[in-house]
Design a protein around this ligand. Structure first.
Ligand code: 5GP
Ligand code: ZN
Length: 114
């Protein structure tokens, strides 16, 4: 997708602090972290949001969850706790239309979120 900032991060056109990548996904530090650990995990493929998933394309989501779990371990929040969030649509505050999963940890997180 030509105008998508996350596609540009996948291609390397926009620099990022990459922490993990494989054939299907990349993970990088959020530029505006909301917690001591704030990593975004995204599919390489441009999928706008959760609403665009079907059974086949949702397979990458289970892979993303496993990647997030491994990153939680690597970044030292597996024991203390962490959250995985995907904002979908305007009311949830989705600001980038390339599906992404936030991994947040390293502080006490409020529930429900604001
Ligand atoms: P959303 O609000 O859509 O759930 O999350 C988008 C996230 O992407 C935000 O937390 C924002 O800080 C992050 N973000 C936006 N642009 C960039 C960028 O160019 N680089 C990085 N690393 N993160 C970005
Ligand atoms: Zn994209």
């Amino acid at each position: 997708m030509a105008d998508c900032i996350f596609c540009k991060i996948v291609s390397g056109e926009i620099p990022s602090q990459m922490v993990y990548q494989d054939d299907a996904v990349v993970a990088f530090k959020d530029v505006n972290p909301q917690a001591p650990v704030h990593i975004l995990i995204i599919p390489r493929q441009h999928i706008p949001s959760l609403m665009d998933l079907d059974e086949a394309s949702a397979a990458v989501v289970s892979h993303i969850i496993v990647v997030a779990k491994n990153l939680a371990q690597q970044f030292g929040v597996a024991e203390s706790g962490f959250r995985i969030v995907s904002n979908c649509g305007a009311d949830a505050g989705q600001s980038v239309d390339h599906i992404h999963f936030h991994l947040l940890g390293g502080r006490s997180l409020q529930w429900p979120p604001g």
